[in-house]
Design a protein around this ligand. Structure first.
Ligand code: AP5
Ligand code: MG
Length: 214
């Protein structure tokens, strides 16, 4: 099963993708996580990506497309994957389409997690991310057992550099301009599904599972 998670920054794509990856036993591929790992490891790609990410802008398509095409070659992708944060522009979606068509494949579902802009800044200011394993929490909606420490690996939690309110607003603008058009793109292909992302995260999950099947 090949699934794309769509939605504004902070809509809960990553939260749902992690839960879905565990349920369906397919990898969760987040371009944002891949860039953040590169930044942490001090790679050249990380340095390039950081320039854009810190401003709330998109990393140029060519950097993202090569990276993701490479990721698809890994063994764990043979039964499908959940894409989180890719594609994010029409050229990226076209590149993905072309690559899949070349091997006789296509996307099964694009799931749009709908959350209005008003809720987003509030969500982002409470998000905490684990420096060790990348797990995501929220100080109010998904708190850790011990404050500031990851439940899974015990490492410290941090606030993402791009979660400052002014950067979040930029990311929202970029989303509306460059990523929202993908909803029409995948609707035209007949694979677009919408879920309400404002309800409890477990209820969002149940709604997605109802679409994908048990
Ligand atoms: P990326 O990491 O993909 O960030 P994003 O799309 O802005 O999305 P987020 O990760 O911020 O939000 P999310 O939807 O995953 O929400 P989450 O589950 O964490 O990209 C970062 C940057 O990298 C981009 O700005 C760009 O520069 C670059 N980039 C990445 N991919 C790219 C591409 N393809 N092309 C070009 N550039 C690219 O949830 C948010 C918070 O809300 C959490 O605290 C969570 O606990 C909480 N929460 C989740 N669900 C609920 C719920 N139902 N109720 C209450 N709280 C909830
Ligand atoms: Mg995410």
């Amino acid at each position: 099963m090949k699934i794309i998670m769509l939605g504004a920054p902070g809509a809960g794509k990553g939260t749902q993708a992690k839960m879905l990856a565990a349920k369906y036993d397919i990898p969760h591929i987040s371009t944002g996580d891949i860039f953040r790992a590169n930044i942490k490891n001090g790679t050249e790609l990380g340095a390039k990506a950081k320039e854009y990410m810190d401003k709330g802008l998109l990393v140029p398509d060519e950097l993202v497309v090569d990276l993701i095409m490479d990721r698809f070659q890994a063994d764990d992708c043979k039964n499908g994957y959940i894409l989180d944060g890719f594609p994010r522009t029409i050229p990226q979606a076209e590149a993905l389409d072309k690559a899949l068509a070349a091997v006789g494949e296509s996307i099964d579902y694009a799931i749009n997690v709908e959350v209005p802009d008003e809720n987003i800044v509030n969500r982002m200011s409470g998000r905490r991310a684990c420096v060790g394993c990348g797990a995501t929490y929220h100080i109010k909606y998904s708190p850790t057992k011990v404050e500031g420490k990851c439940d899974t690996c015990g490492a410290d939690l941090i606030i993402r550099d791009d979660d400052k309110p002014e950067t979040v607003l930029n990311r929202l603008n970029v989303y509306h301009e460059q990523t929202q058009p993908l909803i029409d793109f995948y609707s035209a292909k007949g694979v677009m599904k919408e879920v309400d992302g404002t309800v409890d995260m477990n209820d969002v999950f149940d709604a997605i599972v109802a679409i994908l099947g048990e």
